[in-house]
Design a protein around this ligand. Structure first.
Ligand code: ADE
Ligand code: ZN
Length: 345
């Protein structure tokens, strides 16, 4: 357990969140509200208290199945706007100043949204969040792990609509047996259009999938990537080329990607010199939030206040925020850390 003082320090620390799924970040209150609206046509409980049991995942495949049942609750522009705005407010309340949200447009396109409508609704919520809370959001549009039309439509909505908030292309959903390499043409087109590359790899699969993401998708950061730990040459490559792993410790335990927090590879990745950030993935589904993930990392890595502030700085460095925005947020972290370490007089 970390000290109450360190917990307080983390709560007030200005932070950047680089790996959080848009719909996966919806609060139990909002999910329950949507479930009540669609009672009779959804298995999702309409009582927030029942959601914890609903979110008890047997394995990664079960997690994805439940995740899609929540995705299915977002059916109208109003559902989408309310959920997005709520997620922004929850991030702001944790002193998150900047977040890259992984959004899966295809999941909503198949549920009847038009591409332009989808982008405009989340863009409107993004602007309102920045105006109301000061938290800056950016989007990573991700391919839902399915080749053919779902992948093609994700690329098309990204490049045709090109909303102001979009910074990267991702690849999520099922991993096992879904080669990363087959999406090389999509990532090449996105990169040629100026988008960054941030695929999931090595979450429940081995180092070979991470190599594919690095070599064939031009990955600048990897979502999860924790199973890189089995391949020393890969660890060296990630360290040398400063390819950051977006690590989400509690998610990995809840989806059974790792057996326990005590066995989480985060310390081994750090010891190998791989750049890492700490993130929350789908926080309410895993009973966590970004502050708790910082506390988990502090415990696993035996960090003090300086170490925790360095984690926050690492997320800013690895982000796709512009130079000015990065400097401002780093200065805010420095000022906070300095103030907090001043002796009491
Ligand atoms: N979609 C939502 N959460 C995910 C995760 N952890 N991995 C892959 N796809 C996801
Ligand atoms: Zn993820």
């Amino acid at each position: 357990m970390i000290s109450p003082r360190l917990t307080t320090f983390i709560a007030g620390l200005p932070k950047a969140e680089l790996h959080v799924h848009h719909i996966g970040a919806a609060s139990p209150r909002i999910v329950a509200e949507l479930a009540a609206r669609y009672e009779g046509s959804t298995p999702v409980p309409a009582d927030p208290a029942e959601l914890a049991a609903f979110y008890d995942f047997r394995d990664f495949a079960h997690f994805l199945q439940v995740y899609l049942q929540v995705v299915d609750l977002v059916r109208t522009p109003e559902d989408l706007w309310t959920l997005t705005y709520g997620v922004g407010g929850d991030l702001a309340a944790q002193q998150v100043r900047y977040a890259e949200l992984t959004v899966t447009p295809h999941s909503q396109l198949v549920r009847g949204f038009a591409p332009q409508e989808f982008c405009e609704v989340i863009e409107d919520a993004r602007r309102r969040i920045e105006a109301d809370f000061g938290t800056v959001l950016r989007w990573c549009y991700d391919i839902p792990g399915i080749p053919g039309p779902p992948a093609d439509q994700t690329l098309a909505i990204a490049l045709d609509q090109r909303p102001d908030g979009l910074v990267s292309l991702g690849l999520g959903g099922p991993e096992t047996g879904v080669s990363r390499s087959q999406f090389a043409p999509h990532f090449a087109a996105a990169r040629a259009a100026g988008l960054h590359s941030v695929p999931h790899a090595g979450e429940v699969t081995d180092a070979d999938y991470v190599w594919q993401a690095v070599r064939d998708l031009g990955a600048e950061r990897i979502a999860h990537g924790i199973h890189s730990v089995g391949d020393p040459a890969l660890l060296e490559h990630l360290a040398e080329h400063k390819i950051t792993l977006e690590v989400c410790p509690t998610s990995n335990v809840c989806t059974r990607a790792v057996p326990s927090l005590a066995e989480h590879p985060l310390p081994a990745l750090v010891a190998a010199g791989v750049p890492v950030t700490v993130n929350s993935d789908d926080p309410p589904m895993f009973g966590t939030d970004l502050n708790r993930e910082y506390a988990v990392a502090a415990e696993l890595l035996s960090l003090d206040e300086k170490g925790v502030a360095d984690l926050a700085r690492a997320a800013v460095d690895a982000s796709f925020l512009g130079t000015e925005g990065k400097s401002a947020l780093l200065a805010e972290i420095d000022a906070y850390a300095q103030n907090s370490s001043a002796p009491l007089t």
